[in-house]
Design a protein around this ligand. Structure first.
Ligand code: PLP
Length: 403
């Protein structure tokens, strides 16, 4: 976390509606990073990373949905992964050895990371995923990249994949030979690009005549909402933040009881939020240290069950003709706790496209899922993966090119 969070110019906030998403992204990252990366290079990085839209779509029921799934992996993690990969590639240029990125994925993060690093010079990515435990679209996204991306199917669980990656990082005889790094880490280069769309949402709300804004964010590791809070620290006037969780409700319970009690994650249909001990929570606590009154007036949290999620999906569709992914549906549901107010835009974040979770929908809703062109194209690409057991010696040989 930066020790001092720089404030953006007041003029910048007032002028937001005149700026594009890319211009906003450049200005925000310049303010945070200009000591580290020259402006011209930063502009190139931003323009390459943020090359898709984040529209604020009005619904019949008076709410707005901020669609964050128009990037290549159809989830908001594209913002973090595409920006971070280019920053890492940039900082690696001129080094003798390419940067070797290792990622273990249960599905979603891996796709965003793979597509984020695709074609980035000086980098090579190895993605480990558990055999038979990712959805069809997710597997296609992991295995149809080629170039500098290699997908490795492990005959085991996600925990086995993660264990292999950790063993590699701790293996001195391997790290002597390869420049290894992780993309799972909660580094600031993944948080910064997630602030961009909060500014852009406010910009679009201002353009529609709204004066104030409240955000409801589907939350698992709380990185997304931490980025929103960071944007507010930089000067974005946000009235309220709502963190919507599934039954993994350590934060809602903390807000109610004051006791932070991490627990093992329980599986739900909004599985990208199945987190029992959110890694960004310390960051949020740090940010509001000594300002707990301000925090309790700003920040609210609500959990929902799988039954609540399905009910919300059906209700959003009935009222608005809008199909939401299970994570997004919980955020919409939480927004009901905020009363309507003149001039207040109530915004929920759509973190993924519903086509990524086909097993959640039944009947009419299932038929309404529109598969984006980019996904259809996946079926025509060359599919390639390497299959390994969950044995470290074998994985090590593979990394060293001995297999
Ligand atoms: C990762 C993810 C989330 C949770 O985001 P955090 O930053 O971990 O809170 C929510 N929805 C989807 C679709 C995700 O992929």
């Amino acid at each position: 976390m930066p020790t001092v969070i720089p404030k953006l110019d007041k003029n910048f906030i007032e002028n937001l509606p005149r700026l594009s998403l890319q211009e906003i992204a450049f200005e925000v990252s310049r303010t945070l990073l200009s000591d580290d990366i020259p402006e011209a290079d930063l502009r190139t990085i931003v323009n390459e990373a943020i090359n898709f839209d984040a529209p604020l779509v009005p619904l019949n029921d008076g709410t707005f949905v901020l669609e964050l799934f128009h990037g290549p992996s159809l989830a908001f993690k594209d913002f973090g992964a595409r920006f971070m990969s280019r920053i890492m590639g940039y900082l690696s240029s001129g080094k003798e050895q390419e940067l070797q990125v290792l990622v273990a994925t249960s599905g979603d993060t891996g796709g965003a990371v793979a597509l984020g690093f695709l074609g980035v010079p000086n980098t090579r990515v190895t993605i480990l995923f558990p055999k038979g435990k990712v959805s069809e679209i997710q597997e296609l996204q992991l295995c149809s990249n080629g170039q500098n991306i290699e997908a490795v199917e492990i005959n085991g669980t996600f925990d086995d994949c993660q264990a292999l990656v950790k063993l590699a990082f701790n293996d001195g005889s391997l790290t002597d030979k390869l420049r290894l790094t992780s993309a799972n880490s909660i580094n600031i280069a993944r948080l910064i690009p997630q602030t961009f769309y909060y500014f852009y949402a406010y910009s679009q709300a201002l353009a529609k005549g709204y004066k104030e804004i409240a955000f409801s964010v589907p939350s698992g590791n709380f990185g997304n909402i931490a980025a929103g809070l960071l944007a507010r620290e930089m000067g974005l006037p946000v009235k309220k933040f709502l963190a919507a969780t599934n039954e993994n409700d350590v934060v809602p319970r903390f807000m109610e009881t004051g006791e932070y009690a991490p627990a093992p994650a329980v599986p739900t249909i909004s599985n990208a939020m199945d987190v029992g001990n959110p890694s960004n929570w310390v960051r949020i606590m740090q940010l509001f240290k000594g300002r707990s009154n301000e925090f309790t007036e700003l920040f609210f949290s609500q959990s929902g069950t799988d039954a609540d999620t399905l009910e919300a999906i059906a209700e959003i569709y009935e009222k608005n003709g809008y199909l939401a992914c299970p994570h997004t549906a919980l955020a919409w549901r939480a927004l009901k706790s905020i009363p309507n107010e003149e001039g207040l835009a109530k915004v929920f974040l759509a973190t993924a496209h519903p086509c990524k979770f086909p097993s959640v929908y039944q009947g009419e809703l299932k038929e309404k899922i529109q598969i984006p062109e980019a996904v259809k194209g996946l079926y025509e690409k060359t599919f390639s993966k390497i299959s390994l057991g969950n044995d470290y010696a074998e994985f090590r040989d593979f990394l060293l090119g001995n297999l």
